[in-house]
Design a protein around this ligand. Structure first.
Ligand SMILES: *Cc1c(COP(=O)(O)O)cnc(C)c1O
Length: 455
């Protein structure tokens, strides 16, 4: 399987090269040359465990890794999950909630980042190379990225976060990781300062080259690929209905795009229900065909507070029948005008239904789900659940993806349900653990000096 750029500006590359490249060198996103139709295989996969199914679904996309090696790598990726089903499907009212938060940091990002960490280690070991990951986080992604690569050989990870601006729990999820290859840098500044530091350090190309600097951004193809698996898994858990729909709380369009790939592979998904919070650029797009930048609203579902969705370009590429010229033109127009439009949207556009959910509705939904069914949903999950309920058709099973454990979002849960006990042993235990972080001023030269000294 070869990978191409959505902008058409690179020679086709292998899976391993695509994973190491992250963002395509022409600024586009990497996509597989073809999407295999696995319909004939569906009958054979019914009895597989989660990890076995993951290996089967992903293997055709990763054919430059020997199958037995790949299977072992995938098995290791899901060993860190605490539930025997990895991602259990739980009936709640008329909807089925797929819990994707049983990984080490209690968020669905673990599903992709545990796999990505294993992949990086495999490829680096094979090539005898090293990788220094530099990232900036406002909270959640940092801990999932750290958990993915802690203790892995050939990799160091440097995560910058704004001192005092992440929640104490989020900070402890990062700073209690004491492995030698993990460096938490608490920056005297805002999250924007951290992102600017990241850009400045990456823009020093000779430094980037000399220290083999890499990122774990949400556009890495391997992250999308790992997320395709649980769409298949939920269908088997439902006993293979003729059709089912899936509701997805959406920010950067990575999770729901994986559902799109699953549908292209032949999984009988009917509708993909795209749920946003007040940051509704994607909900507006799937209503009107107009993609227009808004301002960022800070919401009760912060992992979905985005202005532009970094994975959306992959969808556009398929909307334009895999034409890199039209895709590039759309992105260029959007970059110039902050607005671009699909004329007469049809075809795969109709695979999606979308809406935005306000904070008030989110807290109400958390309250109602708990009152009626005794189920505690985190605010992101509640956003998806609300639309799952609204868009469900008679006799069509509906799956709602649960993207975080409620204990990660204590403040919102307390607001929605003041009397409810909301803990998780992993988080409760963090207070007693030793921590390590390095306080740094917001200066790119200081960051570079720190990386140099740590290598
Ligand atoms: C990242 C995240 C999302 C959004 O997923 P995308 O792939 O960016 O659309 C939703 N919920 C939680 C808890 C997340 O961490």
């Amino acid at each position: 399987m070869k990978y191409l750029s959505t902008r058409g500006g690179i020679e086709p590359v292998s899976f391993k090269a695509a994973v190491m490249m992250g963002l395509a060198n022409d600024g586009g996103l990497l996509v597989p040359e073809t999407i295999p139709d696995v319909t004939p295989m569906l009958g054979q996969w019914a009895q597989l465990s989660y990890a076995e199914l993951a290996a089967a679904v992903m293997q055709p996309f990763a054919d430059d890794i020997e199958p037995t090696v790949f299977e072992a790598l995938v098995q290791r990726s899901y060993q860190s999950f605490s539930h025997p089903d990895t991602a259990p499907l739980v009936p709640v009212g008329g909807v089925h909630i797929l819990e994707l938060f049983h990984g080490p940091t209690l968020a669905f990002k673990d599903i992709a980042l545990q796999f990505l960490g294993e992949l990086f280690e495999h490829v680096l070991c094979e090539r005898g190379e090293q990788l220094n990951i530099l990232g900036a986080t406002s909270g959640d992604t940092g801990s999932a990225a750290i958990a993915g690569v802690r203790g892995k050989s050939g990799i160091r990870i440097f995560i910058m976060f704004p001192e005092g601006r992440t929640s104490p729990t989020q900070e402890r999820q990062m700073t209690t990781v004491l492995d030698d290859n993990v460096f938490n840098l608490s920056i005297n500044g805002s999250f924007d300062d951290c992102q600017n530091l990241l850009k400045t350090v990456f823009s020093d190309l000779s430094f980037k080259d000399q220290y083999a600097l890499g990122a774990v951004n949400s556009v890495n193809w391997a992250r999308v690929l790992a997320q395709v698996v649980y769409y298949f898994w939920s269908w088997y858990q439902l006993s293979q209905p003729a059709r089912f729909d899936v509701a997805v709380p959406t920010g950067n369009f990575g999770n729901i795009f994986a559902g799109f790939i699953a549908k292209r592979m032949g999984l009988p998904i009917g509708k993909l229900v795209l749920a946003t919070n007040a940051n509704d650029i994607l909900a507006r797009f799937f209503d009107t065909g107009v993609y227009q930048r808004g301002t960022v609203h800070f919401s009760q579902s912060p992992a979905m507070d985005i202005q532009v969705a970094s994975n959306f370009e992959r969808y556009l590429y398929y909307q334009f029948d895999q034409d890199p010229i039209q895709t590039s033109a759309f992105m260029q127009h959007f970059s110039d005008q902050q607005r671009a439009e699909i004329s007469a949207p049809a075809g795969i556009f109709d695979w999606f239904v979308a809406d935005a959910v306000s904070d008030v509705e989110t807290l109400q939904a958390m309250n109602r789900i708990h009152q009626q069914y005794g189920y505690l949903a985190d605010p992101h999950t509640a956003v998806g659940y609300l639309l799952a309920d609204r868009f469900q058709e008679p006799d069509v099973p509906m799956v709602a993806l649960a993207t975080a454990h409620p204990a990660k979002f204590e403040a919102a849960v307390t607001q929605a349900l003041p009397k409810v006990v909301n803990t998780h042993s992993v988080l409760a235990g963090l207070d007693r653990l030793e921590t390590r972080k390095t306080a740094m001023v917001s200066d790119p030269e200081a960051i570079k000096a720190f990386i140099r000294a740590s290598c």
